[in-house]
Ligand binder design. Sequence first.
Ligand SMILES: *Cc1c(COP(=O)(O)O)cnc(C)c1O
Length: 383
Amino acid sequence: MVTENVHPESVVAQALGWIDEKTRAINPPIHVSSTYLRDEDNQYRSGRVYMRDHNPAFEQAEAVINELESGHQTMLFASGMAAATAVFQGLRPGDHVLAPKVMYWSLRNWLTGFASDWGLDVELIDMTDVAAVAAALRPGVTKLVWVETPANPLWTVTDIAATAALVHEAGALLAVDSTTATPVLTKPIEFGADLVMHSATKYLNGHSDLTAETVTTRADNEHWQRVRAVRAQIGGTLGSFESWLLVRGLRTLYLRVRAASSTALQIAEHFDGHPLVTEVLYPGLATSHGHEVAKRQMADGFGGMLSIRTAGGEAAAIAVAANTKLWKRATSLGGVESLIEHRASVEGSTSPVPLDLLRLSAGIEHVGDLIADLEQALAKAHE
Ligand SMILES: *Cc1c(COP(=O)(O)O)cnc(C)c1O
């Protein structure tokens, strides 16, 4: 497909315009072979040997994401955690890494537990404070800085460009978990990131029916080759059917993300100042921490994720979630259906998440229905 002079919406809708040469099908076949024929002279000219690392089903999804992120190369993994941990496993024992205090909980848990036990020197800092990043970087020792923006579940914002400049000065790599922003709203490589991660489980697929992740690199380097080796050797690769589903989900990415962003903003504005809501956390609110930076690095909206803190503390928050009818009480985010979750119940006592916080993932339902459902649930929780 000609990708010059067409907008990313067009690239995505046609998944790069791929056509099957043999059948002229406009949707790809699902390849299921675990192994590939070797040439008579003992070569593998197809470039494919064995499915753990070589699967044509990966290639279209990788190519579409790589195009959207303007990367050098993109790799698909079987889940967000498989990819994120591969990025850290590409480092060496003793390497110093910085990660945010507020970030996706399962990865924070793995970093402070498993990764630290295996010899990574993990330091959690306030990643919204550029001065704190500057103070924590150890030139030559710090190898990777991990940023998530907007970050789960407080939706705090990190200035990617300012952080990238500091990280590069110290000789380290900047990795951005851009799951919430998606390439529709932010392209971290344009702001200086070296690696961009998406839990494709969320918005990229958008239908809550698979787990997957993509990692895109700005350039080839030794660390990237090690991450590739981790995928091939540890085998956190996606199945063929899931890869096919991901391409199908991706085609509607722009429509879904714009709808969810618009809905999230309307919900945030509606409940900001509401008598039963003590705080709305959303980077799209002009009063929110990080709004100015978000305006600079997010185009076209502030994403579909927000959190509310309820009057009446933890019990009231749990009661609100219990009383919603349209909003589904479930973990995860970025699907077409709206989800609500009491995060403290998931994250436990070492988490920075307030006890009265409910995380909301706006889907693509009618915004009036979503607001009415929250209104009745809030009222019921305070009866
Ligand atoms: C869900 C999520 C992950 C992990 O992805 P999985 O596909 O669930 O393993 C990482 N980062 C963020 C921001 C997420 O929302």
